[in-house]
Design a protein around this ligand. Structure first.
Ligand code: ADP
Ligand code: AMP
Length: 213
């Protein structure tokens, strides 16, 4: 099963992608997590990506596409995967489709987690991310058992630099301009499924399981 998560920044793509990956036993591939790991490790890719991420802009397609095409070709992705944060532009979607077509393959579902802009600022300002494993929490909606500490790995929870309100506003503009057109793209392909992302995360997941079976 090959699944793409669509939705605004903070809509809950990562939260749902983790649950999907566990239930269906497929890898969760988050381009944002890959970039953050590269930044942490001080790689050239990380240095380049950071200049865009800090401004709330997208990292250029040429730095993202090959990385994802290589990742989905790995052994653990043979039975499927859930892509979180990719594609984010039409050229990225076309490049993924072209790479899959070469091996007679295709995306099965594009799941749009629908959350209006007015809910997003609250989601992002309350989001806390684990520096060690990338796990996400929300100080009110999804609090960790112990404040500031990741339930899963004991790592430190922080407010991401790009979750500050001024950057979130820019990220939302970029989402509407560059990523939202993917909704039409996947609707035309007949694989778009929309779920209401404003309800409790367990109810969002139940709706997704209803779609995936
Ligand atoms: P994305 O991957 O789309 O950027 P996340 O999965 O990181 O979004 O979720 C953004 C924030 O909203 C996090 O703090 C997360 O804990 C919280 N969150 C996720 N799903 C829900 C939900 N259904 N209701 C309330 N808060 C949620
Ligand atoms: P995310 O963790 O998905 O919210 O991504 C954080 C940031 O990483 C984004 O604001 C972008 O700057 C960058 N990024 C992640 N995925 C992509 C992508 N597919 N294309 C371009 N930039 C990306």
């Amino acid at each position: 099963m090959k699944i793409i998560m669509l939705g605004a920044p903070g809509a809950g793509k990562g939260t749902q992608a983790k649950l999907i990956a566990e239930k269906y036993n497929i890898p969760h591939i988050s381009t944002g997590d890959i970039f953050r790991a590269n930044i942490k490790n001080g790689t050239e890719l990380g240095k380049k990506a950071k200049t865009y991420m800090d401004k709330g802009e997208l990292v250029p397609d040429e730095l993202v596409v090959d990385l994802v095409v290589d990742r989905v070709a790995k052994d653990d992705a043979k039975n499927g995967y859930v892509l979180d944060g990719f594609p984010r532009t039409i050229p990225q979607a076309e490049a993924l489709d072209a790479a899959l077509a070469k091996i007679n393959d295709k995306v099965d579902y594009a799941i749009d987690v629908d959350v209006p802009d007015e809910n997003i600022i609250n989601r992002m300002s309350g989001r806390r991310a684990c520096v060690a494993c990338g796990g996400t929490y929300h100080i009110v909606n999804v609090p960790p058992k112990k404040e500031g500490i990741c339930d899963a790995c004991g790592g430190e929870l922080i407010l991401r630099d790009d979750d500050k309100p001024e950057t979130v506003k820019k990220r939302l503009d970029v989402y509407h301009e560059q990523t939202q057109p993917l909704i039409d793209y996947y609707t035309e392909k007949g694989i778009l499924k929309t779920v209401d992302g404003t309800v409790d995360m367990n109810d969002v997941f139940a709706a997704i399981v209803g779609i995936l079976g």
